[in-house]
Design a protein around this ligand. Structure first.
Ligand SMILES: *Cc1c(COP(=O)(O)O)cnc(C)c1O
Length: 424
């Protein structure tokens, strides 16, 4: 426990010592906003605007159809995959940037089930967490329903609570373990190498969803000997709203990777226009159809914001910020009904902090009106994301000062703060 009080001067001194402080210059952020939601939608790199202009006016406007060859559009999913690979412990030719996380999960879940069925037909259980991000569970249910309704196989989705529940669910019946590396509600981070080894021990394979960890924490997919991974690029990777997601497969499973969204972009010879599907031998077999090029191009600008740093440096700053935030909330907002839902042990903490409050939704709306932007997740969770590329320590102080004021004055208790928009 710290006995001395943390002051604004302490936070300013941390900014002065911060070797990553200059990286913020790469982003366009409104000056009157403290942006603590980079875990949901990353900030805009300054270079994205000129890149978007180039893609639209030059490559599309002037290059027209020629740009598929001349501007490198066709190879972009793989090239961007190589660039992203270094942030997640993958190698060249192992990652593609394409489609959405939901779609990519459908592909890898189908591939994993098929591989397991060929090896051990009796394995019929898919294990995941009850508080996993819902789309992961919905996509799994959709695939299970399809397989069952077509009379192919009946799978069971076993939902567990937390790491202990998971441990108990790992039996010889399990085909696939689907885990989100950093939980979207709590920021709890799994030990990827440990749980992958435990899954392998019972003969199961792992799918890791990296949506809340890619660009947020160090990841070593090959070091952990993971099997499959998916994730998005619009959160910590700053690719822009709805930018295409990524998909990684362990090189040892690449050849057996089969997916039902077998579109022409995954074909060995897409322009041979053959009537029969024949999958590409490399990573391109993970693709489906024509890419959203404008949006895909901007993923590169997001990835380039990591060029002058590495995940270890970012991790050091991220933990310093989340720890400062937790300590400051304890110091400044004691006596209010706030319950931390994020691990205090930094080994298990992602780059976000969650506090539950009985009126969490209204408090978050009041914060947003004052220019402090976190977000709200059911049930009662106020989520504060800390992106070391562009957030500073003085901002952490200022965010807590506004939170304190809102709680003390009860300014959150106004009708307008209780009204819900479509997106929370
Ligand atoms: C954000 C997020 C998604 C989003 O999936 P989309 O297909 O991009 O909508 C999926 N899984 C997790 C764990 C997420 O955090």
């Amino acid at each position: 426990m710290t006995t001395t009080k943390i002051t604004l001067e302490d936070c300013r001194a941390m900014d002065a010592r911060d070797p990553l402080a200059k990286l913020r210059e790469q982003f366009d952020l409104p000056s009157d906003v403290i942006y603590l939601d980079g875990n949901s939608l990353g900030a805009m790199p300054k270079s994205s605007l000129s890149r978007a202009q180039e893609v639209i006016t030059k490559e599309w406007g002037v290059g027209l159809i020629r740009s598929w060859n001349t501007a490198g559009w066709f190879d972009m999913p793989r090239k961007l995959g190589d660039k992203l690979a270094r942030l997640v412990g993958a190698k060249d030719n192992e990652v593609v940037v394409t489609d959405t996380t939901s779609t990519n999960l459908f592909k890898v879940m189908a591939a994993a089930l098929r591989m397991q069925k060929d090896k051990a037909p009796k394995r019929r259980v898919i294990v995941s967490e009850r508080n996993n991000f819902p789309t992961d569970l919905y996509i799994t249910q959709g695939l299970m329903d399809m397989l069952s309704s077509l009379g192919s196989a009946d799978y069971e989705l076993s939902l567990v609570d937390g790491a202990e529940g998971l441990q108990a669910a790992l039996t010889e019946d399990v085909a696939v373990v689907l885990l989100t590396h950093v939980n979207y509600q709590t920021g709890y981070m799994y030990d990827m190498a440990d749980f992958t080894a435990k899954a392998h021990k019972v003969g199961a394979v792992t799918i890791w969803d990296l949506c809340h960890s890619a660009g947020a924490v160090p990841i070593d997919l090959n070091g952990a000997n993971a099997d499959y991974a998916i994730g998005c690029t619009y959160k910590y990777l700053n690719g822009g709203p709805g930018s295409p997601a990524f998909l990684w497969v362990n090189a040892k499973h690449q050849e057996t990777f089969w997916q039902p969204l077998s579109g022409w972009w995954g074909h060995a010879r897409p322009f041979a226009m053959e009537p029969q599907y024949d999958p590409h031998q490399g990573v391109k077999r993970y693709l489906c159809g024509t890419q959203a090029i404008t949006s895909l191009a901007l993923v590169e600008n997001g990835l380039d914001t990591f060029a002058d740093t590495n995940m270890q440096e970012l991790r050091t700053k991220s933990l310093a910020m989340t720890t400062l935030f937790i300590d400051l909330v304890n110091q400044e907002c004691a006596g209010f009904p706030l319950t931390l839902n994020t691990p205090l042990d930094t080994k298990y903490r992602g780059s976000q902090v969650g506090f539950e409050h009985p009126h969490g939704f209204a408090v978050v709306q009041a914060l947003i009106e004052r220019g402090v932007i976190p977000d709200y997740r059911e049930p009662k969770i106020m989520r504060f994301g800390f992106t070391p590329l562009y957030i500073g320590f003085e901002e952490v102080w200022n965010a807590v000062a506004v939170l304190k004021d809102i709680l003390e004055t009860k300014s959150w208790d106004q009708p307008k703060f209780h009204q819900r928009g479509t997106v929370t």
